[in-house]
Design a protein around this ligand. Structure first.
Ligand code: ZN
Ligand code: FE
Ligand code: FE
Ligand code: ZN
Length: 268
């Protein structure tokens, strides 16, 4: 097993140094741990929830690369980021990601326009909008994130039904919309993340839902796996549940990445 989605103190809303996450992953018996903290963004975009470009260069990158050497033979440490899809920033993000020796980049949608819809501070906005339109807008962003930069901006689609985080549900079945979305994801040759953090949120459900996992299975889209740990104790959390879904919908295989090249491994 591997955990490809972890954060650390640099993003200002997670606890623990990078090394604490790695040590926890070793304790859990994981083969690989991906450091995938929130990416820096241009023009102070959402600065309170991420490292700066300066911190990326002076702290994040050298620390991850140093720890990779330190724990060689014990665990494979992957150098990664959780990037944001935000219309207008694609070129900046593409250039930034291309200039760095990442193993992979997760692409996540956390914003619908100015609305940080996964932030508990703004949860009241769900009530102020039509929920079906919110879902449609969200999946439109997911689709655009997959085709952004000619389909090469991101390697893994992160928590791809995050819009359900607080338990709001659309009033109609989204099957058709979802099939259109995952056609684009398939064409972009991305992996889709099973993210266990939803189980720790009000929705109490893994990302993505089994409805989406069935579509992913139908389209033969590869799976990836992450806990989205914002504290070292959450590394590898609920992976027994994820394991069953990987067997059921992914043929027991998950994606691993080196230098942004994907391969698949059988989980044990
Ligand atoms: Zn975060
Ligand atoms: Fe995220
Ligand atoms: Fe995350
Ligand atoms: Zn996340």
């Amino acid at each position: 097993m591997v955990d490809y989605h972890t954060h650390n103190v640099l993003c200002k809303h997670a606890d623990g140094e990078i090394e604490a996450y790695i040590l926890r992953a070793i304790d859990c018996g994981l083969k690989e741990i991906g450091c995938s903290d929130h990416s820096p963004m241009p023009n102070d975009f959402d600065a309170p929830h991420r490292m700066t470009v300066e911190q990326f260069s002076s702290v994040y990158k050298p620390t991850v690369l140093k720890l990779r050497e330190k724990y060689k033979g014990k665990i494979a440490v992957k150098f990664a980021l959780e990037g944001d899809f935000f219309p207008g920033t694609e070129e900046w993000v593409k250039n930034f990601n291309m200039q760095q020796p990442f193993d992979y980049v997760i692409g996540s949608v956390h914003y619908l326009g100015e609305w940080g819809f996964d932030n508990p501070i703004f949860v009241h906005k769900y009530e102020e909008r039509d929920i079906d339109q919110t879902y449609e807008l969200y999946y439109d962003h997911i689709k655009r994130s997959a085709s952004a930069g000619g389909g090469h901006l991101f390697d893994i689609l992160g928590h791809c039904d995050l819009v359900k985080k607080f338990g709001h549900r659309p009033t109609r079945n989204m099957e058709e919309v979802l099939r259109e979305v995952f056609k684009v994801v398939k064409a972009a040759d991305m992996a889709v993340e099973i993210n266990t953090s939803g189980l720790r949120k009000p929705v109490k459900e893994i990302y993505p839902s089994e409805q989406i996992l069935q579509i992913i299975h139908d389209y033969n889209i590869p799976l990836a796996l992450g806990s989205d740990a914002h504290s070292p104790g959450d590394v590898g959390r609920d992976f027994n549940i994820a394991r069953q879904l990987i067997e059921k919908y992914g043929g027991g295989k998950i994606s691993v990445f080196t230098n942004r090249q994907r391969s698949e491994v059988r989980i044990t």
